[in-house]
Write a protein that binds this ligand. Structure first.
Ligand code: C5J
Length: 220
């Protein structure tokens, strides 16, 4: 066991029962020409967390712990993409349209894949998810049960959408959730801060927050 001076109070980490979940660090969200940019966002904010996220992944790898990567993407025939999701907003390219990195958010296309700096190594789990939450319509719950995981460390994008949604799903399933604050980002700085505040409020109502260095120090 290791104690992390987290927000809003100490988090007691049990490495043997902990996994890292890296949410949607995909080219479509992080690189120019992808889904994030078609929605009018400045993707450079998300690019900036790649080095810290790589350090966090490295610390889990060195400790021999489970690393799980997720990708928000859809089947090529869009059968798992509700029309309400595809038609939302006024992006220049919609989910399934052809962009510079292939069809936007479609499984198997270059844009839907994870950025090269954070690419999964053999043995790591990659979960394709059609929703914002990583438990919805995926095998994540069963995988965590099989591995007897009880604590989840979260990184990835975007803080207030897929990261927070997955943390809330995990919290409702009884997992203790810790967010790595410098390994998560939003296109909107105020939304990132608000999400962290909402997660940690009321005595960690959804979970805890700590820095990559604090987490890495507890693991290595
Ligand atoms: C979004 C995500 N923001 N991964 N996806 O559409 O947060």
């Amino acid at each position: 066991m290791a104690t992390i001076k987290a927000r809003p109070f100490d988090f007691t980490l049990d490495p043997a029962r902990t996994a890292l979940i890296v949410i949607d660090m995909q080219r479509d969200f992080i690189e120019p020409g992808g889904f994030g940019e078609t929605l009018g966002n400045d993707v450079s904010r998300l690019q900036a967390i790649v080095p810290a996220t790589a350090r966090l992944i490295g610390s889990f790898r060195r400790a021999g712990l489970t690393v799980i990567h997720t990708r928000e993407c859809h089947a090529p025939d869009l059968s798992d993409c509700p029309p309400a999701k595809r038609e939302r907003g006024s992006p220049t390219l919609r989910i399934g349209d052809a962009g510079p990195m292939g069809r936007i958010l479609i499984a198997g296309e270059d844009g839907a894949d994870i950025v090269p700096e954070l690419y999964p190594i053999p043995g790591e789990i990659v979960i394709d998810k059609p929703g914002k939450g990583a438990f919805y319509a995926t095998g994540l719950g069963e995988i965590l049960q099989e591995k007897d995981i009880r604590q989840l460390v979260f990184a990835g994008v975007t803080t207030e959408v897929c990261v927070q949604t997955t943390m809330r799903e995990a919290n409702d399933r009884g997992y203790e959730c810790l967010l790595a604050v410098d390994a998560t980002e939003s296109y909107f700085p105020a939304f990132k801060q608000a999400a962290i505040d909402m997660i940690t409020a009321q005595g960690a109502i959804v979970g805890w927050a700590a820095s990559v260095d604090q987490i890495a120090e507890a693991l290595n």
